[in-house]
Design a protein around this ligand. Structure first.
Ligand SMILES: *[C@@H]1O[C@H](CO)[C@@H](O)[C@H](O)[C@H]1NC(C)=O
Ligand SMILES: *[C@@H]1O[C@H](CO)[C@@H](O)[C@H](O)[C@H]1NC(C)=O
Ligand SMILES: *[C@@H]1O[C@H](CO)[C@@H](O)[C@H](O)[C@H]1NC(C)=O
Length: 468
């Protein structure tokens, strides 16, 4: 009785087991990709066939070298007893069978995952809409996505539907391979789509520094698309116009609008032209066959300012990047950067080279600070004073000052007034002298006159007598 029930249990178990093995194994794959049809059961003989017509793809007898259908050479191989199928073609999305030597067989159903985009080429700021469709099967499927950086697509930038993904406000980082991940049972399959996002590379985080020294070359103002595209991609987004413009810093000039410097001429050969239609020679566009490098070289305006590179597209999208150009200037002997102080946080440093014989040489190291004037300029200080703006020991800009020392010029009016004062003083002294002399002469005369009286008088009268 006990044995009987055990037999029944075993029978039921094997029946369930065998019906389970009879069920088709579901495999998902993408056109052109590789899949593996798993079989762990060892066997003296393995034969893999494909529907329709049970076409024999690969046969292996007694672990010998497998014989392969000539049409399938390079596309099928064995991994253990499993079949590896490469470069999937449309005819592969069907039923496969694995025949083993004990007359057992396993069936596999291969399903195609399809990924598509409403438009696989989009402009930055536009939305990218992707969809991933999988045929219904015996197993349930869950769809998720990963972005070109292999990060799971989740967050406020993404709108997820059952089979769809919308990426809002795309930028250069969304350019690349998007992956649809289909999870079914304990397996995962992926399918990818390459999305082209046309965007301009980000502007450098730091301002561009330069000086107005006539010896320094023109400044390269970089502006380029973030990657090379095949020509059809750029054609499909429809470039309508492009320009470079300049706006001085508001503290340097009255805030007028930005002024247009150059226009993009959209002939068979892209090139930059002045607003009056004169061709700008020597730009990157002339040598760059990919038409992605919109950089220009330019002598910058005295005060520096904001240079903007703009591209307009037929769809109404405008992409632009602004470069901040700071000019190292030296009002008087004191080079400084406009505006305001240099920040140590930016890693910037000012380095002075002063004439060797100067009383200030060698200068104490004072990074981040302009030189606070030269206290008492002497003959020794004449020569070239050089100021380098450094970041990470790299010279960003240089300003030089040729200091000449001269005798302090004598003011003509000063001479006139000093001389005048001297003349007046002389005259005054002369006057005083004359007065004094005259006074003395008078005294002498008086004395002499009295003497003569006494001398001349032969009969001097006694005073007392005279009075009485
Ligand atoms: C789009 O993204 C850019 C940065 O990539 C951001 O500056 C801009 O504000 C975003 N626009 C919208 C409408 O969210
Ligand atoms: C630029 O080069 C073209 C010929 O290559 C020439 O005709 C034109 O005058 C040049 N423009 C300037 C501003 O030098
Ligand atoms: C663009 O061209 C300039 C030369 O005009 C070059 O220095 C720069 O590296 C180029 N930029 C890119 C991204 O190719």
């Amino acid at each position: 009785m006990k044995l009987c029930s055990m037999k029944i249990v075993i029978w039921i178990t094997t029946t369930i087991f065998s019906t389970q093995t009879e069920a088709k194994v579901v495999i998902y794959g993408q056109l052109g990709d590789t899949v593996m049809l798993p079989n762990e059961q060892r066997s003296r003989e393995v034969r893999w066939t494909r529907e329709p017509g049970r076409r024999a793809l690969l046969t292996m007898l007694s672990n010998s070298v497998p014989s392969i259908d000539p049409e399938m050479i390079g596309r099928v191989s064995l991994s253990g007893y499993s079949l590896v199928l490469k470069d999937l073609k449309l005819e592969d999305f069907t039923v496969f069978k694995c025949h083993l030597s004990n007359y057992e067989s396993k069936e596999y159903q291969l399903y195609q995952i399809k990924v598509s985009a409403v438009s696989a080429t989009v402009l930055a700021t536009q939305d990218l809409s992707l969809s991933c469709t999988v045929p219904k099967s015996d197993v349930s499927t869950i769809i998720s996505w990963s972005d070109p950086q292999d990060q799971k697509a989740e967050g406020s930038r993404f709108r997820l539907g059952e089979h769809t993904l919308t990426v809002l406000n795309v930028s250069a980082r969304d350019h690349g391979k998007w992956t649809c991940i289909v999870t079914y049972g304990t397996s995962k399959a992926t399918a990818t789509l390459f999305a082209t996002v046309v965007d301009i590379s980000p502007s450098p985080p730091q301002p561009l520094y330069t000086s107005l020294s006539s010896s320094s070359p023109s400044l390269l103002l970089p502006c380029s698309l973030h990657t090379r595209f095949d020509s059809s991609a750029l054609g499909s987004v429809g470039l309508k116009a492009g320009h470079w413009s300049f706006a001085p810093f508001p503290w340097d000039a009255a805030p007028e609008g930005p002024q247009k410097l150059l226009d993009l001429s959209l002939g068979p050969q892209l090139r930059w032209e002045t607003p009056s239609g004169q061709r700008l020679n020597g730009t990157a566009l002339e040598t760059d066959a990919d038409r992605t490098n919109l950089s220009i070289s330019r002598k910058v305006e005295e005060g520096g300012g904001l240079y903007t590179c703009t591209l307009e597209f037929n769809s109404g999208v405008t992409l632009s990047r602004t470069l901040r150009v700071e000019v190292l200037r030296r009002p008087g002997a004191q080079p400084h950067l406009h505006p305001g102080p240099l920040f140590a946080a930016q890693g910037l440093e000012l380095k002075w080279s002063v004439p060797r014989q100067s009383s200030l040489s060698p200068l104490p190291a004072s990074p981040h600070r302009p030189l606070q004037g030269i206290p008492r300029v002497s003959e020794k200080d004449k020569g070239i004073w050089k100021c380098d703006l450094l970041k990470d020991d790299k010279v960003l800009a240089t300003a030089t000052l040729n200091l000449r020392t001269e005798r302090v010029p004598v003011d003509a009016w000063l001479v006139v007034s000093v001389c005048g004062a001297a003349v007046v003083l002389f005259l005054l002294l002369a006057l005083v002298f004359l007065c004094v002399r005259r006074h003395r002469q008078q005294k002498m005369f008086m004395r002499r006159r009295r003497k003569t009286k006494y001398c001349r008088c032969k009969h001097p009268q006694v005073k007392g007598f005279y009075r009485s």
